[in-house]
Ligand binder design. Structure first.
Ligand code: NAD
Length: 360
């Protein structure tokens, strides 16, 4: 298969971790006879330095012409970098918002799983961590409270603010369909999270999810209230497979789910639109504190590339191959500085990439 990718290395550790993900993709290409073609585009601080804006229309056009985007990370030190003296619409993060909008990326997928070898990093009690967990938080990304009309005004001399939480049934249906489709590639369970005991938008969410579920008799599903879900994530995370939820609940729950894995450098993510197109990136940021030192953990980006193979190209066997290689390297005791512990061997970012590529 020929896979055409736009590559955004970005800022900070972005170029270092993307280089390692490409190394691993090339190893996959060689083993399974696929050709990965990469075209680099600029976004974030590096684009501001080169063009004056965080993302040019030409870069967007290139991204749109590809099958998928592989992204490192963007942004710098928000206290010291001159990029943050610019007006908000010209700062690095504006590039990210623009590309998400231009590409119509409405479904954000964040896996949170606990590797046997990294169990000590899990902040949960040993009896919970021992059971392990492997879930995927699927968050609606373009609707809800963050995109509704909002205002602050004075009413009878009292400052008053409001934010609107709006969803229509089509927005709910398209992400529910994605969630059930993806559950079919996993353990075939969807937990839809809402606040249907209070919110109308949640009652509509629940109704539409039930309609969609009828088309997927092989997938089991349940509804869960968001407050209960926040508790269950720390009490019994093993129960979850795909967690489907709206924008703000997903924002909070996906960070909670990341936290219980204990290692940001391991967490992949994907944002998808209605087609097979997706943008794949590590969950962490540009880590300016360790940038340029060949210390970053490239595994989150390498696992994001695995998600790309699975969800954009339907290359499940190849994605399994990357995930197995990562597990193997961890089992052999290799660690980057963020996950190193007594008795393990510390390696650099590029060494970690080499080790994983060699095990494909
Ligand atoms: P961060 O995720 O960059 O760093 C938080 C901590 O985690 C740091 O100590 C860092 O060294 C560590 N860390 C993160 N990724 C790591 C990796 N792969 N390997 C080893 N250690 C890693 O968060 P921050 O410091 O709050 O943000 C720094 C910059 O990143 C800011 O400009 C922020 O806006 C940007 N950011 C970008 C994205 C994105 O590109 N999607 C996401 C989040 C933050």
């Amino acid at each position: 298969m020929e896979c055409n990718l736009a590559v955004i290395k970005g800022d900070g550790i972005g170029p270092e971790v993307v280089t390692e993900a490409i190394k691993v993709l090339d190893a996959v290409g060689k083993k399974y006879d696929h050709s990965f073609q990469y075209e680099q585009i600029l976004m974030g601080g590096c684009s501001i330095d080169a063009t004056g804006v965080p993302l040019t229309d030409e870069a967007v056009a290139i991204a749109k012409s590809k099958d998928a985007v592989l992204l490192g990370s963007i942004g710098g030190n928000t206290s010291t970098s001159p990029w943050y003296q610019l007006p908000p619409e010209l700062r690095p993060e504006a590039g990210l918002l623009k590309i998400r909008k231009e590409l119509g990326l409405f479904a954000n997928l964040r896996p949170a799983n606990l590797y046997e070898e990294l169990k000590e990093a899990c902040p949960l009690k040993a009896e919970i961590a021992d059971k392990g967990f492997d879930m995927l938080i699927m968050r609606e990304l373009t609707g809800g409270l963050y995109f509704g009309e909002r205002s602050t005004m004075e009413i009878d001399g009292v400052l008053t603010a409001h934010d609107n939480l709006i969803y229509n049934e089509n927005e709910i249906r398209r992400i529910a369909v994605k969630a059930f489709d993806i559950a079919g590639k996993r353990r075939k369970k969807v937990t839809s999270v809402d606040k249907a005991n209070v919110l109308d938008s949640s009652r509509l969410w629940r109704k539409v999810v039930e309609e969609v579920a009828k088309d997927y008799p092989e997938i089991s599903y349940e509804h869960m209230l968001v407050d209960n879900c926040a508790m269950q994530l720390v009490k019994d995370p093993a129960q979850f497979d795909v967690v489907l939820t709206e924008n703000m609940f997903g924002d909070i729950l996906s960070d909670e789910a990341s936290m219980i894995t204990g290692s940001i450098g391991m967490l992949a993510s994907a944002s998808l639109n209605e087609t097979k197109f997706g943008m794949y990136e590590p969950s962490g940021g540009s880590a300016p504190d360790i940038a340029g030192q060949n210390k970053a953990n490239p595994i989150a980006t390498i696992l994001s590339a695995a998600m790309m193979l699975r969800y954009t190209f339907d290359l499940d066997k190849e994605a399994d191959g990357i995930e197995a290689a990562v597990k193997q390297v961890l089992k052999e005791g290799y660690r980057t500085c963020d996950i190193v512990s007594e008795g393990t061997k510390q390696v650099s970012c590029s060494e970690m990439g080499d080790l994983i590529a060699a095990r494909i």
